[in-house]
Write a protein of this length. Structure first.
Length: 138
């Protein structure tokens, strides 16, 4: 049974300590001031199917609002993972490069994608908290 720290929609968990872009199935967790860990939700992972490839943007690379920070591939879909804010990629999860199924199996844990230090932490936090954040793209 979910508690105050967990929202459950259908059979998918949505931890309350994160921000979400529901339309793009993305989550963002502020782990330190201005530092946001990024991933896709369990519902997003289920929607795209079993992942067979994951390629994150390299550490030190720029994350631009609406632009790709990673590419994922499943048997039925290849696409860009986008974020709604700009910053520097300061960490990239290498585990799913060799084991992309981690994103399907543990999207809020071992399946995270990148960590980004936002250019404007206050504006990023306000955008994500508004519920109006959209990662953009096709």
């Amino acid at each position: 049974m979910p508690g105050a720290d967990l929202l459950m929609v259908n059979t998918f968990d949505f931890p309350a300590d994160r921000f979400y872009d529901a339309g793009r199935h993305m989550w963002f967790k502020e782990e330190a001031p201005g530092l946001f860990r990024v991933g896709i939700t369990g519902l997003g992972a289920k929607t795209v199917g079993d992942l067979v490839a994951f390629m994150p943007k390299r550490v030190g690379g720029r994350a631009e609002a609406g632009r790709s920070i990673a590419t994922v591939e499943s048997g039925k879909w290849v696409g860009a993972v986008r974020v709604p804010f700009s910053g520097e990629v300061v960490e990239a999860n290498e585990a799913p490069i060799d084991r992309p199924e981690l994103i399907n199996q543990d999207p809020f844990g071992q399946g995270w994608m990148v960590a980004i230090l936002a250019d404007d932490p206050d504006a990023t936090r306000a955008l994500l908290a508004s519920g109006l954040a959209e990662c953009g793209g096709p």
